[in-house]
Each structure stands twice: as structure tokens, then as C-alpha cells.
Design a protein around this ligand. Structure first.
Ligand code: G4P
Length: 530
């Protein structure tokens, strides 16, 4: 098969949601359709139920051994589908943000009763900023929830989206009769049976036909006709170009648990969702159908199995094909590396493969060469952009609690930061190390992993910092205002892992003061400007 055909077949996407909206259930039903798993319950939830470290460690241990949940791949109707796992827990939001740099589109799952929730808002905002094509799936229609039109309004207002429904519910909760599929022009009646057969779909292009009353009650038929009239009046028709550019988001309704409305979602998804997209590097835009391989690391997963201490670097292939045992240039290190056992992912398994194509993810065994954001090519010097660091929310000094193990501690911190577990800042004036995280849970995870994987012990000390702001150096490094800022804020200046200057502000007020006093100074809340 030609490279072009392989690329056109691929759909690489992520499912995002607030915890509990139904991401795991939907993923599982998609895999069932792909024939990739045989029964429900096979996909492990990555949920941290009680927010406890032990919970997290348990999940990590399971995943470390079968890392497969990070990427779930399956074939469906001539398409190769790659689902990238995105943790829903807010303490791991940064991991999700990074994964979003490797997807070509996303499906947003919303609970019909809860509507738009906090974590959905944050994640969708990131997708919107990047114009990632999004499809919305409103889940749990078998339960009582919000009115469909109110919910569509909420999605538009809270998430800043421009929706167009491609299916519409007939009733809800106890009274849920089924779904009219606007995209395919047919009706699916709900039977509450998770083994529902697709043949039961009833083609219904003329919604005014009296046959509708025979299928659903007179009242339901009248309501549906009214609803659809309103839909066609209020919402624009589906426009694929608008969807692909992030300007319009189609909406589906269903019940993942009952496997209802999922097949419709999947069929439409494979048809409209983009195949692998071009990606910007600092040097140029790279097209997926370029013959030469390029790719970047978006995730590093430590192997929690003590017998295999290596890590797995997840590489998204941007262009061409990746071949086993072929030397590739690691552009940051400037050296060529060969991989004898690259892993590809199928459903819940990973296996060694000889060749993978643009859009696919390969897992490379790593002994410390990779950092998140690293680029691999066939020889061209490229650096892919777009894996920003966000300002952490929590800051603590990290101290060595076992002086005999300082080397181990240093190595451990270094590697955990490369994995993107947290961010390290080194204070300019005294060299002390500060760990910044998105959630308090990460401190326990770091402590646990330092001890169990590196044999090092650490303790923390509170450092009441409000936000990290990346400082953009002025054109003239001798600018008197800039020098004054450096002098006055000396004790709050640090370097991040890339050596960039960061101002650790202790309050929103102090950021405001700095902005007023040094209006020319450029402060950034993400490292993306770099
Ligand atoms: P998440 O990955 O987004 O966090 O959500 P997950 O799929 O784990 O679903 C959260 C809960 O919602 C689960 O129940 C799941 O069974 C339920 N759920 C998912 N889809 C539907 C649906 O369409 N209708 C209804 N009624 N429920 C749905 P749980 O009790 O928390 O977990 P479990 O014990 O059933 O696994």
C-alpha cells in the first residue's frame, strides 16, 4: 500500500472529558466496534477515585507493565484508528495538554445531566486555541438530564463553540425512545440492550411520513418534528471545512453504557475526521506525506516493573514511515539512534513492528536519551513546536533527605522532570531546587518514585509562590529597566530546565506591580513564546 493510502486511512484522536462523563465507557464501546476487544470491562479506567497516591501508584504499576492504555489502536471500516489516552484527573492536566499536541482531532464527552464541567472547559480551551477539530458527544441519555437545546446553548456559551447537531434525542431518561440521526437520516430506537444490533436502524429520510407515529408515540413524533424544525432553523448545516478548521463542532447524542448512538458517532467520525495533519516545526511546516520520516516525543512513560528499568518514549509520527533498525537523527542531541524493538499499539497490547506510518504512535525504549518535545528525523535538522509548559499551581523546595544518595536524587529528579511529571526551577541566587506541580498529588508521586525507582529520599519545604512567569529577555540585555528588575527581584528569579529565566511571583499583586513598574518587560504564563 502506498504511503498516501496509509496516511489517508489513519485517524488519530483523543477523548476528553471531565472525570465520570463516560470517557472510559465510550472508549471501550469504540473498541468493541473495531472488534479489538471481545467484552466490556476490558479497558482499564485511568481514574483516580479517591485522589490517593496508592490509587495512582496502582494504576501506574499496571500501566507500566502493559503501557498499552496510553494508545489504543484498532481497525474499523478500512480505517486505522489510534485513540490517545488523556488522564481526566485535574492534577494530571498537563499530561493531557501534551497529549493534545499529538492528536489530529478530539471527541469531547459531556454528561447530559451535569452539562459542561470545569475540566471540560479547560481542555476544550486548549483545543480551541489550537483549532483542533472537535466532535461533541452528549452522553447518558438513558438518564434524566438537561433539555437538549439548553445543553447546546450551554456548550456554545461555556465552551465558546459553534455547534451543529448531527443527531437529536427522542425523549430522555425514563422516556428515552431513541435518536434521530441527522447525518444519516435514519432513526435508531433505544432498547436498553448493550448488544444492540446495527441492523435495527430504520431509514427515515422523510420525517413527516405518518410511519413515524407507528414507531414512536404520536406525542413523541410531534415533539421530534418540532425539535428538528428548530434545529434546522437555528443551527447552520454541517460544513466539513468549518469543522476541520475548528470553526464548527458537530454534536451527537447517545448512551455509551448502552452502546447507543456510538456506532453513529464512529461512522461519522471516520468519514469526517481529519487524517494526519501537517505540523509546524521551528524551521518549516512538515507535511505527513513527505517521504522522509519525522516525529516527536509527546510522552515518556517510566516502566514501573523493577525488572525492566527502562522507559518508553511515545513518538507521534508526523511524516513518512518509521522503520525498525534504521538510524534516525535525534536533533537535540545531534546523534543518530537505532531502535531494534519499536512498539506499536493494538487495542490493549503492544508489539514490536517493522514499520509504522504518519499518524501512528511508536513506543521507543529509552535509557535516558529523550525529553518531552524531542524531534527525530532522517537527517534534516528540525524542531517540532508546540509542547508548552504551563505555570504550575504549587511550589515546594525539594531537599535531600539522605546525604549518601545525592547522586541518585539528582538523577531521579532529572529523569522525572524529563518525563514531564513536574517542573524544576533552580533559584539563581542560592541554587536551591524548587518543584512546581499542577496538583498536590504529584509531590507524593515524586517522593514515592524517587524512593522506589532511584533509591533516593527527599523532603519538601513550602515555598509560597503564586505563579511562575517566563521572562522574555529584551533586545538590549543592558536595558536599565531590565537590569533593575533583575536586581530588585533577585530572590525570586530562577531558571527552568531549559535554562530560561523565570520570575516566581508570590502574589497576583506582585505581578501587577512588576507590570506597572516595568511596562516594557514581557512576562508569559506559558513557555510557548520561546
Ligand atoms: P470517565 O472515564 O469519563 O471518568 O467515565 P466512565 O466511563 O468511567 O464512566 C463514569 C460512570 O458513568 C460509570 O459508572 C459508567 O458506568 C457511567 N456511565 C457511562 N456512560 C453511561 C451512560 O451512557 N449511561 C449511564 N447511565 N451511565 C453511564 P460508575 O458507577 O462510576 O462506574 P462503574 O462501577 O459502573 O464502572
Amino acid at each position: 500500500m502506498s504511503l498516501e493510502t496509509e496516511i489517508q486511512k489513519r485517524r488519530t484522536f483523543g477523548i476528553i472529558s471531565h472525570p465520570d462523563a463516560g470517557k472510559t465507557t465510550l472508549t471501550e464501546k469504540l473498541l468493541l466496534f473495531g472488534g479489538a476487544i471481545q467484552e466490556a470491562g476490558a479497558v482499564k479506567s485511568n481514574k483516580i477515585k479517591k485522589g490517593a497516591t496508592s490509587d495512582f501508584m496502582e494504576i501506574e504499576r499496571q500501566r507500566g507493565i502493559s503501557v498499552a492504555t496510553s494508545v489504543l489502536a484498532f481497525n474499523y471500516k478500512e480505517h486505522k484508528i489510534n485513540i490517545l489516552d488523556t488522564p481526566g484527573h485535574k492534577d494530571f492536566a498537563e499530561d493531557t495538554f501534551r497529549t493534545l499536541t499529538a492528536v489530529d482531532s478530539v471527541i469531547v464527552v459531556i454528561d447530559v445531566a451535569k452539562g459542561v464541567e470545569e475540566q471540560t472547559e479547560k481542555l476544550v480551551e486548549v483545543c480551541r486555541m489550537r483549532n483542533i477539530p472537535m466532535i461533541v458527544f452528549i452522553n447518558k441519555l438513558d438518564r434524566e438530564g438537561k433539555d437538549a437545546f439548553d445543553l447546546l446553548d450551554e456548550v456554545e456559551q461555556k465552551l465558546g463553540l459553534h455547534v451543529t447537531p448531527l443527531s437529536f434525542p427522542i425523549g430522555m431518561g425514563y422516556d428515552f425512545k431513541g435518536i434521530y440521526n441527522i447525518w444519516e437520516k435514519n432513526i435508531n430506537l433505544f432498547s436498553g440492550d448493550s448488544r444492540k444490533n446495527i441492523e435495527e436502524t430504520i431509514s427515515f429520510s422523510d420525517i413527516n411520513s405518518p410511519e413515524l407515529e407507528q414507531l414512536i408515540s404520536e406525542q413523541s413524533a410531534a415533539t421530534l418534528r418540532n425539535d428538528l424544525e428548530l434545529v434546522y432553523e437555528v443551527y447552520p448545516a454541517f460544513d466539513r471545512a468549518a469543522y476541520l478548521s475548528g470553526a464548527q463542532q458537530p454534536v451527537f447524542f447517545g448512551s455509551a453504557l448502552n452502546n447507543f448512538g456510538v456506532r453513529e458517532l464512529l461512522d461519522c467520525f471516520v468519514e469526517i475526521a481529519p487524517s494526519p495533519l501537517p505540523k509546524a516545526s521551528e524551521e518549516r511546516l512538515v507535511q505527513p506525506n513527505e517521504k522522509a520520516f519525522t516525529g516527536f516525543v509527546f510522552k515518556i512513560h517510566a516502566n514501573m516493573d523493577p525488572n525492566h528499568r527502562d522507559r518508553l518514549a511515545f513518538v507521534k509520527i508526523v511524516s513518512g514511515s518509521f522503520e525498525r533498525n534504521k538510524p534516525y537523527l535525534h536533533t537535540r542531541l545531534g546523534k543518530k539512534l537505532k531502535f531494534s524493538s519499536p512498539n506499536a499499539f493494538f487495542a490493549e497490547k503492544k508489539e514490536v513492528v517493522d514499520i509504522s506510518y504518519a499518524g501512528d504512535i511508536v513506543g521507543l525504549h529509552d535509557t535516558g536519551n529523550f525529553k518531552i518535545g524531542d524531534t527525530l528525523t532522517e537527517g534534516e535538522v528540525l524542531h517540532f513546536r508546540g509542547i508548552p509548559s504551563f505555570s504550575p499551581e504549587h511550589f515546594r523546595y525539594i531537599n535531600n533527605a539522605d546525604p549518601l544518595k545525592s547522586k541518585q536524587l539528582e538523577k531521579g529528579i532529572d529523569q522525572l522532570m524529563d518525563e514531564g511529571v513536574a517542573q524544576l526551577f533552580t533559584l539563581d541566587f542560592n541554587g536551591r531546587k524548587v518543584i512546581g506541580t499542577v496538583g498536590a498529588l504529584q509531590y507524593e508521586v515524586i517522593q514515592y518514585r524517587l524512593e522506589h525507582e532511584y533509591g533516593a529520599k527527599c523532603s519538601y519545604e513550602n515555598f509560597p509562590i503564586y505563579k511562575a512567569c517566563w521572562v522574555e529577555a529584551p533586545e538590549n540585555p543592558k536595558d536599565p529597566d531590565y537590569l533593575d528588575f533583575l536586581r530588585v527581584k533577585q530572590k525570586f528569579l530562577a531558571r527552568d530546565k531549559q535554562g530560561q529565566l523565570v520570575f516566581l511571583a508570590d502574589s497576583a499583586f506582585s505581578i501587577e506591580m512588576v507590570k506597572q513598574k516595568y511596562p516594557q518587560l514581557k512576562l508569559h504564563f506559558t513557555s510557548e513564546f520561546l
